[in-house]
Ligand binder design. Structure first.
Ligand code: NOJ
Length: 553
């Protein structure tokens, strides 16, 4: 019925479409308002029907959930909120049965402050091996009352917190590039490295097909932990090329990825590592996917590109050449759990920095229909590019960012650490709608939802779109089918002549034309059969639309 994994080649990932499942918000079998592993398993058929090659699961490990599970207190167990290890096994088995591989998250830059390693570090004295697993330092100033340096947390506020020693006196400081509950590990320690080898093996032994590696540009910090947050460098926390950071993209991370490459491929030539590395420019990011390091890296530079002909041309060229130069495929991605959904983001009229999020009165908000129209055009453009593509749950339904979340229901640590100045990422994490006429739109049967779903989401529900001609779900399904039958993922790329305001390129026997902001283009001037379109065509390709055409027509 479905493709089988056994039939797919070891380098399946070079052209794969990988669907990100955000467990909290996918499907909730026990009805407590937070999604879980049995919920995911029960809905996997829908993903096989969609036609994805693999799923990537965001963290479901033991965690106090201060950063939605990216604060892990036990890397080798499932948090009871999400189920059990047996539930994970059942999920992986069912995914494999349906022909989909399973990639899981691994979070090596930090642990939760609830991790036993951190409890042991707090209980032990300064200078102890327990403290050495983390980055503890004396403070500055006569009483050590100032943080060791001026680094800022990615979520806002200082990146250091002072502990109270066992005798009750104010003590050392520890580094946390993210929340105060996410202390950074010290990757110069062999003990830490060896522990993570074991964590990778634990999940490989359970049958996972790869790992998405969180903060893969972090882990190694510059010797001496030099100050960094000069005024002109603020905002560069996620890897601005002009401002090399002492805690991101340090050369020392690469030896870790070489070691991981060996650990992972020892379990099979088809096991993969995917870097979440916010590194610019792209030729630098491509260092993460050299043949003996990781397999793929998320192309965030592409994700961040606006709806603009010149910018899109440049980033596509740059992606293909930068990754190509190291023999890696490019990846393409438009949405994930950290960014404003592309059905809203691409039509914003005001720049919105990553991580800041949107509220109901943010400036430059687009009309919902316009945003969806543009998102569909952008998706068809992306899915025709050679390489791997990542989808984020709900984008196949055309979901926009949720803007109207009451202050007291927001959960992202960014919101708290900036005292509400940044909304953060809750708006893209709302549980997705499955059934138009069910409690919580079929997310569960109780109607509970950890973030409130908008009351008007029924038209987005999967069952409302399934089989409905022209729906976003059917558009994605057709695109994935055609992408597979025309082998676009492993295909070739060549720009074609295009009129101003548009982009056109050929991949194998398909021509792709995207009208960004030109007037309607008569279809007969494009001279080929349309096989897929992001919008209704009335004899012409309007702005904010993409078509796939058969070249040999
Ligand atoms: C990147 C993850 O995608 C994000 O959700 C998380 O908050 C940070 N890393 C910290 O782990």
């Amino acid at each position: 019925m479905y493709r089988t994994i056994q039939d797919s080649p070891a380098d399946w990932w070079r052209s794969a479409v990988i669907y990100q499942v955000y467990p909290r918000s996918f499907a909730d079998a026990d009805g407590d308002g937070v999604g879980d592993l049995p919920g995911i398993t029960s809905r996997l058929d829908a993903l096989a029907e969609l036609g994805v090659d693999a799923i990537w699961l965001s963290p479901f490990y033991r965690s106090p959930q201060h950063d939605a599970g990216y604060d892990v207190s036990d890397f080798c167990d499932v948090d009871p909120l999400f189920g059990t290890l047996e539930d994970f096994d059942a999920l992986a088995a069912r995914a494999h049965e349906l022909g989909m591989r399973v990639v899981v998250d691994v979070v090596p830059n930090h642990t939760s402050s609830d991790h036993e390693w951190f409890s042991a570090a707090l209980a032990a004295a300064p200078g102890s091996p327990e403290r050495a697993r983390y980055i503890f330092r004396e403070g500055k100033g006569p009483d050590g009352a100032e943080p060791p340096n001026d680094w800022q947390s990615v979520f806002g506020g200082p990146a250091w917190t002072r502990v109270t020693e066992a005798d009750g006196t104010p003590g050392q400081w520890y580094l946390h590039l993210f929340d105060v509950t996410q202390p950074d590990l010290d990757w110069t320690q062999e003990d830490v490295r060896a522990s993570f080898d074991d964590i990778l093996r634990f999940w490989l032994d359970r049958g996972v097909d790869g790992f998405r590696v969180d903060v893969a540009h972090g882990l190694v910090k510059a010797d001496g932990l030099p100050d960094y947050t000069a005024e002109e460098k603020k905002g560069a926390a996620l890897g601005d090329p002009a401002t090399p950071s002492p805690y991101f993209a340090q050369d020392g991370v690469h030896e870790i990825w070489r070691r991981w490459h060996d650990v992972v491929t020892a379990h099979g030539p088809d096991k993969i590592l995917v870097a979440e590395a916010w590194v610019q420019p792209l030729p630098r990011m491509a260092l993460w996917v050299r043949p003996d390091e990781m397999h793929q890296a998320f192309n965030f530079a592409y994700l961040m590109t606006g709806w603009d002909v010149a910018e899109l041309r440049e980033i596509i060229d740059d992606s293909l050449s930068s990754f190509g130069a190291v023999g890696a495929p490019s990846t393409w991605v438009l949405s994930n759990h950290d960014v404003v959904r592309h059905a809203t983001r691409l039509a914003l009229t005001v720049f919105n920095p990553q991580g800041h999020g949107l509220g109901p009165h943010s400036p430059g908000l687009p009309d919902v229909e316009h945003g969806i129209r543009r998102a569909r055009a952008a998706t068809l453009l992306m899915l025709a590019l050679p390489g791997g593509a990542y989808l984020y749950q709900g984008e196949e339904l055309g979901l926009p960012e949720v803007l109207d979340i009451a202050d007291d229901l927001r959960q992202d640590p960014t919101w708290f650490r900036t005292q509400g100045e940044r909304f953060g990422r809750d708006g893209c994490r709302v549980p997705i709608p499955w059934e138009a006429d069910a409690p919580a739109f079929g997310f569960n049967t109780t109607g509970e939802s950890w973030l409130p779903q908008p009351a008007d989401w029924a038209p987005f529900a999967r069952d409302a779109q399934r089989g409905m001609e022209g729906s976003t779900l059917e558009l994605y399904r057709s695109a994935l089918t055609l992408r597979a039958t025309h082998a676009l993922g492993t295909g070739t790329f060549a720009w074609a002549d295009a009129r101003e305001g548009t982009l056109a390129f050929d991949n194998g026997d398909i021509r792709i034309v995207t009208n960004i902001d030109a007037g309607p283009i008569p279809l007969d001037s494009l001279g080929s059969d349309v096989i897929l379109a992001s919008t209704d065509l009335d004899g012409a390709l309007p702005a904010d639309a993409t078509v796939w055409l058969r070249r040999d027509a």
